[in-house]
Ligand binder design. Structure first.
Ligand SMILES: [Zn+2]
Length: 348
């Protein structure tokens, strides 16, 4: 018996050594998934049954029309799960794109948050037979602030004038899981980041994370409804997930390090603005002096040119923004701070 155990131990030991030896050789290291080369509106299958649509956007080229949010959809055994609803016109385009990849019915659509380019197409998806899923805060913000924001946005958008705002059907607190044994999608709420209601979609089998606007790839961060301090913590939470690919709300698919890059923007922005405030500099002086060369390298835009973001962080760090009023408590989102006033500018 003892001898047999020794033999087993020796064989197991040899196996461990063999595995370690194999791991030493670069050839044995698992190959990184290649990043897809995509043009605007292209659809690529990133993993079996997981499709990504890259929507048009540019922070620098005004000739490129804004195509709303990116989309990921996952084909389950009997149905399709979609990340983000986009505007109604684009939602129609995406429904058509999905039908080219599968004839299964679209059953769930996640509004990653309540902004127009992620939620206003809800009625289109609903008519296609889908249930709209949102975090509790996203659903509440769409309900309390949606109608007024929709009305404002519809002045510039014919598709909004021709359709109506549809609220969420399925609302979850922290986590909502869809799993049929073939595919698994986890909708996760990490806290107040881009908005108080952001949810991401995690595909653990494929190590893919669809982040909505909680993480974008390029100069596409709108911070007007954000809590930048909490946003950093949310990104740190996402970094703990076993992920290889990030499907951002806007911009190209990237590797996991996009989460670190996105986080660095808020960490550096907060540090630089704080330094300026401590040195008793004005917002203008801080903005002009903001120098983050790596950010321009990443996005093509100088950090100081995103003036609204600098102002938002300045207002946060000087106590002019009550984050609870931006989402945690049922208060209107479009509020103006007292004293010199913080206009929370809407994007949608
Ligand atoms: Zn947004």
């Amino acid at each position: 018996m003892f001898n047999r155990l020794v033999l087993i131990a020796a064989v197991a030991g040899a196996f461990v050594i063999a595995v370690y030896a194999a791991a030493d050789k670069p050839a044995a290291a698992p190959a990184e998934k290649p990043l897809p080369e995509m043009k605007f509106n292209d659809v690529k299958e990133l993993a079996p049954g997981v499709f990504f649509r890259y929507s048009s956007i540019s922070a620098t080229d005004k000739t490129i029309p804004f195509g709303g949010s990116n989309h990921t959809w996952v084909v389950f055994k009997d149905y399709v799960v979609v990340v983000d609803a986009n505007f109604p016109k684009e939602a129609g385009d995406v429904v058509a794109a999905i039908k080219k990849t599968t004839n299964k019915p679209i059953r769930y659509v996640l509004d990653t948050h309540h902004h127009g380019d992620h939620a206003y197409g809800n009625s289109v998806w609903s008519k296609a037979g889908a249930q709209i899923v949102a975090s509790k805060n996203a659903a509440r913000l769409l309900k309390t602030n949606g109608p007024k924001q929709w009305e404002d946005a519809s002045k510039d958008r014919e598709d909004l004038r021709k359709t109506e705002l549809k609220q969420a059907d399925v609302v979850f607190e922290d986590k909502y899981v869809l799993d049929d044994g073939t595919q698994r999608v986890e909708f996760l709420q990490f806290g107040h980041s881009h908005t108080a209601g952001d949810a991401v979609a995690y595909l653990p089998h494929h190590k893919i994370l669809c982040t909505g606007d909680a993480c974008v790839n390029g100069s596409f961060n709108y911070m007007g409804h954000s809590n930048s301090g909490s946003w950093v913590k949310c990104l740190e939470g996402m970094q703990k997930l076993n992920v290889e690919l990030i499907c951002p709300g806007h911009g190209k698919v990237a590797r996991k390090d996009l989460l670190e890059t996105q986080k660095r923007y808020f960490v550096d922005l907060r540090a630089e603005v704080k330094k300026g405030i401590d040195a008793k500099k004005s917002l203008e002086e801080i903005t002009i002096g903001l120098d983050l060369p790596w950010y321009k390298e990443w996005t093509g835009v100088a950090a100081k040119d995103n003036k609204d973001n600098v102002k938002h962080v300045y207002d946060e760090l000087t106590g002019k923004i009550d984050h609870d009023r931006l989402g945690k408590t049922p208060a209107p989102l479009d509020w103006r701070a007292p004293a010199d006033g913080v206009a929370v500018v809407r994007r949608d």
